[in-house]
Write a protein that binds this ligand. Structure first.
Ligand code: FES
Ligand code: FES
Length: 157
């Protein structure tokens, strides 16, 4: 088993560790770093629950190797807010629109929406819906998420 040194910026903090070449970024974050916001759902790129931002781009961390994150910036849902009283504006919209039930899928939805909301030109509602079509919610709570998209795009009019 060969181990590789990996270091990257995680939610503004520099982290490092030794990882097997085959270890996914998802497993490294959850099991080695203790950053459990990215959830392990399907673990083969289908559900979106593991989505994190790498260099600002939404990435399925179950499909990326930890060594591929070396030298990059990684953001997870833990980095979005300063705590329950300081939610990120998109988290606040999820709260107001009841856009979560069990919450298992929610970090993935949030990270993809944050990436879209930061991008220029900003996507319209149809483009946001399309981007979220690869996220699965076992609780089928999609209507609330669609209301969040409407709010996000209304705020821009
Ligand atoms: S756990 Fe990565 S896409 Fe489902
Ligand atoms: S809120 Fe339960 S899986 Fe989406």
């Amino acid at each position: 088993m060969s181990l590789h040194f990996v270091e990257f910026e995680l939610n503004g903090c520099q982290i490092d560790g030794m990882v097997e070449a085959r270890r996914t970024l998802l497993d490294f974050l959850r099991c080695d770093v203790g950053c459990t916001g990215p959830h392990a759902g399907c673990e083969h790129g289908v559900c979106g629950a593991c989505t994190v931002l790498v260099e600002g781009q939404a990435v399925r961390s179950c499909l990326m190797l930890a060594v591929q994150a070396n030298g990059k910036t990684v953001e997870t849902v833990e980095g979005l807010s300063g705590g329950p009283k300081e939610l990120h504006p998109i988290q606040q919209l999820f709260r107001e629109e009841f856009a979560l039930q069990c919450g298992f899928c929610t970090p993935g939805f949030l990270m993809t929406l944050v990436a879209l909301d930061r991008s220029e030109p900003r996507p319209n509602a149809a483009e946001m819906r399309e981007a979220l079509s690869g996220h699965l919610c076992r609780c089928t709570g999609y209507q609330g998420v669609l209301r969040v998209i409407d709010r996000l795009t209304e705020d821009r009019k």
